[in-house]
Design a protein around this ligand. Structure first.
Ligand SMILES: [Zn+2]
Length: 190
């Protein structure tokens, strides 16, 4: 009935255009609603994030392993949500060459320490010796590993349960953020 009334009001081609427009608006609203539901669902679930090497995308650490190990030498310290972990401390520190690094700390990381010796001088964390830590895939410098002085022996390649890692913020990215940048080829879109 409504269709026949509309048919008399609009010429046939205009009526078709109107019908298509209405269908598109309804479909668009439906898709928009679905997208909002999906994003709300993701936000509520707060799935763990992963810390990736900015250079190659290699796995560096899990957000579960972020801990706040504070350095008395920090020039600036800011508390923020990082890799989905609220209240993560970002610290700005300077090395012996005068280079500034913004770091956060983790109890575990998959970077690789270089050299047998642990260094005791210029340690940002008193009571701990350190080694440089490099991405296991591409060799980029992603941070440092720290170990208590008494257990920092030449036969120890990585930190014990009492040690930890300092990761350079600028050398890593969030996996969630990296995934959001990926473009799905048109062929695979629904
Ligand atoms: Zn890498």
């Amino acid at each position: 009935m409504a269709a026949s009334i509309l048919y008399h009001i609009f010429p046939s081609s205009s009526f078709l255009q109107l019908a298509v427009a209405v269908i598109l608006i309804v479909v668009n609203k439906s898709l928009s609603h679905t997208s909002q539901e999906v994003f709300r669902h993701i936000a509520e679930d707060r799935v763990p994030d992963f810390v990736l090497c900015r250079n190659c995308g290699g796995d560096v650490a899990d957000s579960h392993d972020i801990i706040n190990h504070l350095s008395p030498d920090a020039l600036v310290r800011t508390n923020q949500t990082l890799f989905g972990r609220p209240e993560t401390e970002l610290q700005v520190l300077i090395n012996s060459l005068g280079i500034e690094f913004q770091i956060f700390t983790t109890s575990f990381a998959r970077c690789v320490g270089i050299g047998e010796s642990w260094h005791q001088h210029y340690s940002w964390f008193p009571g701990y010796a350190w080694k440089l830590c490099f991405c296991s895939q591409c060799g980029s410098h992603v941070g440092w590993m720290f170990e208590p002085l008494r257990t920092a022996t030449v036969d120890r390649n990585s930190p014990s349960n009492e040690g930890f890692y300092a990761i350079i913020r600028e050398s890593v990215i969030s996996e969630t953020f990296a995934n959001s940048l990926l473009v799905v080829p048109k062929l695979y879109r629904n």
